[in-house]
Design a protein around this ligand. Sequence first.
Ligand code: HEC
Length: 143
Amino acid sequence: MFRPSLLLLLALLSSSLCAAEPTPDKRAPLRLKAQEKAQIHAEMRMFLSVTQKIVAGVAANDMKAVAAAAHEAGMASAGDMPDNVRVKLPMPFKQLGHATHMAFDDLARDAESLGDANQALKQLGLSLDHCTACHALYRIETH
Ligand code: HEC
């Protein structure tokens, strides 16, 4: 009982010592004003909230709720991003953002017409690929 936990402690200690050197952040900075950052963050929280509703809807096999939630994050909501922010965003960022909205529209349409929970989860997975891809590429720097 004692020895394995001591080993675990040593392993944790040595890994935290190795992590003492901070890894440089390789994500590209988007230089935005605090207000513009807040607008991006607000859209992001909407994405997370929609993701939560889709997962809850799938778990309850309520495909109407899944479709309604996915629709909230579709192309119709892309217009919520003000032009002053949009013009500052690099093309790959805009393409990933566009692909994410489109993926939610696909999910909404198929959830409505097929009512297939597994298909919805598969499509949510594709949509989340865009989230992780973009998060790996960009960070916001305010000025
Ligand atoms: C086109 C790029 C892009 C896509 C796609 C994207 N994000 Fe983000 N996300 C960002 C950026 C940039 C930030 C801010 C990072 C920073 O502040 O340095 C962010 C931040 C966030 C935050 C933190 C918000 C806060 O208030 O602190 C959440 C949550 C989040 N994203 C969720 C998601 C989810 C869920 C998806 C997919 C459904 C998604 N994002 C897709 C670029 C993206």
